[in-house]
Design a protein around this ligand. Sequence first.
Ligand SMILES: Cc1cc2nc3c(=O)[nH]c(=O)nc-3n(C[C@H](O)[C@H](O)[C@H](O)COP(=O)(O)OP(=O)(O)OC[C@H]3O[C@@H](n4cnc5c(N)ncnc54)[C@H](O)[C@@H]3O)c2cc1C
Length: 366
Amino acid sequence: MIQYEKPIDSIVVGAGILGLWAARHAILQGERVVVVEKRKVGAGASGGFLGALMPHMPDSWNPKKQMQLDGLSTIQDAINLLEKDTGMDCGFRRCGRLMPLTHEKMKTHVELRMKGAAEHWGSPYKLRCMECWKDPLWLNPEIATHGAQYDSLSARVDPRKYLTALAAFVSGRATILEDTEVVGLHPERDSLTLSNGEVMEAGKITVANGWEAYPLLQPYLGPLNENAPIGRGVKGQAVLVELEHDDGMPIIYNDGTYVVPHAGNRVAIGSTSVKDWQDGSYGSPDAFDPDDMGFYHKALELVPSLVGAPIIERWAGVRPRNTLAGRGTEPWFGPVPGHGNLIALIGGFKITFGIAHNCLQVSKSR
Ligand SMILES: Cc1cc2nc3c(=O)[nH]c(=O)nc-3n(C[C@H](O)[C@H](O)[C@H](O)COP(=O)(O)OP(=O)(O)OC[C@H]3O[C@@H](n4cnc5c(N)ncnc54)[C@H](O)[C@@H]3O)c2cc1C
């Protein structure tokens, strides 16, 4: 029998970035909360170390880009409050992002993006085109043959520090049940079932268990999708290197490869798209595949100062990718139709860290 205080107002399934934010919001609203986590806090995609907070391109504006802008422009305040509440540092910095321009035609795209940024991002965030970056060891001019695009909206956070601070806030005010798996949802009875057969009841159930939410939510969101799968997991890999650097340097992004400077002489390098991992050739979802290091070699070409920097950690994870009819990969933050007490927080694809703190506001606007 699992021990927790009853009655519960709100159960959150999953202790990743979305589940912990949902729990923080619920606690701040005075709710009695229990978080149910199959493994440990941060055992899913949120437990990596990349931490890039990067906007979509500001041309061809749409509601998803607005949602992301709302997240990126408010995240610093949200993190400041969390840091104040916990006395813990989350490693946030508005460091900006550089993308090399590798052929002339890209400059035309940048012009459109500059207009889009001026119209939609507003002050103080800017996007501009530059001839070259001041440090050729941070962005290789032989790759950035036609200059670079720079934006000042992008930022970085240390995912593990961020999660640790959220977990500290939540665990001091609510129960986190680790090593406890949810195997079934019963919104019509305000309850869910655990793998040991126990039934838990609460007025609100928030499902935020990453890519593993799809089988739980398929019976409720599947009908909106003509019963096709509502999403799938996409694997990604990353390495952490030790390198003395100015951690105010911008993130470098090119062709799916991220280079993210962090404090403490750490630089994270990663890519979030390993295709076909579910065919079994990659072993377990979080197994790092040493034969899939193309992203790392690309990073060494992009950022020459990384050459020779020792790798101190390797990590792989699986992120959720929604495939909802008419909504594509857009996250689903909100009640499930017909079940106002069942809230789904799934998706976010590569951008979850920049929008997770706003999940409740997005959910309310649905
Ligand atoms: C290599 C890589 C790099 C990435 N880089 C970035 C980045 O730089 N910036 C960015 O914004 N995003 C990035 N992402 C994406 C981002 O990590 C994810 O979108 C995000 O972490 C998803 O958070 P989540 O809370 O939805 O899920 P998760 O973090 O996966 O958390 C879900 C939790 O639910 C638990 N769980 C699963 N099933 C159950 C169950 N049945 N019962 C109870 N608990 C359960 C899991 O154990 C897990 O702890 C990256 C992803 C990868 C793989």
